[in-house]
Design a protein around this ligand. Structure first.
Ligand code: TMP
Length: 215
């Protein structure tokens, strides 16, 4: 039995990743794969409880507390959901993963990247996504989209300069890992974004499988 692949979606809040995530799920299902869609923080019972604490806008916490809770949720997520699914051959799509910790806790909150790297190493032991789709949008665009959405959570209430730092940290990660992280211009039309996602996914697909559809 072949291992499944792990694909993550990233972007600042309001970058529009959810629409494309649903599309990718269908695309892979139509290829006959078992697909598991999950999210971070969350994805397990304990992880979802941690998510509620982390997103609750009435709460304040130290940046390192925030990072530790993100990685605690991630440890659980890997152990209970992600790794077992990959081991049975399923493809896993996660709405956010560790790049978000580098972007939000590192870029946004200013936490030392070395500490985040230590947590990453401790929790993941070298494990990382096979492919990451990063939806890049200017902060003004994300702001406009968020205004029409539901009530803002603890992160969405942050000011524009926080999101600018998050965005720059994502772009820095993309420069650091150009093979894994593909940058998509999320501010163009839905059709154009979908075409960009399709091209990346088709290419990734063809690198995994030969023309007969076998690995
Ligand atoms: P979302 O799932 O609705 O995008 O919300 C999750 C929020 O949590 C989002 O604002 C980004 C933030 N986040 C971090 O700050 N660090 C992390 O490691 C993860 C996974 C998410």
């Amino acid at each position: 039995m072949q291992y499944g692949k792990f694909i993550t979606f990233e972007g600042i809040d309001g970058a529009g990743k959810s629409t494309h995530l649903a599309w990718l799920e269908r695309f892979l299902q139509e290829k006959g794969l078992e697909v598991l869609v999950t999210r971070e923080p969350g994805g397990t019972v304990l992880g979802e409880a941690l998510r509620a604490l982390l997103l609750d806008q009435r709460r304040t916490m130290h940046a390192e507390t925030e990072a530790l809770l993100m990685f605690a949720a991630r440890r659980e997520h890997l152990d209970k959901v992600i790794l077992p699914a990959l081991e049975r051959g399923a493809w896993v799509i996660s709405d956010r993963f560790t790049d978000a910790s580098f972007a939000y806790q590192g870029g946004g909150r200013g936490m030392a990247l070395e500490k985040l790297e230590q947590l990453e190493h401790w929790v993941q032991e070298g494990f990382s996504p096979d492919l990451t789709l990063y939806f890049d949008v200017p902060v003004e665009v994300s702001r406009e989209r968020l205004q029409s959405a539901r009530a803002a959570d603890r992160f969405e209430r942050e000011l524009d300069d926080f999101f600018e730092r998050v965005r720059q940290a994502y772009l820095q990660r993309a420069r650091q890992f150009p093979q894994r992280i593909r940058v998509i211009d999320g501010s163009s039309s839905l059709e154009k974004v979908k075409a960009a996602v399709t091209e990346i996914v088709e290419k990734f697909w063809s690198t995994q499988f030969d023309r007969d559809g076998k690995e």
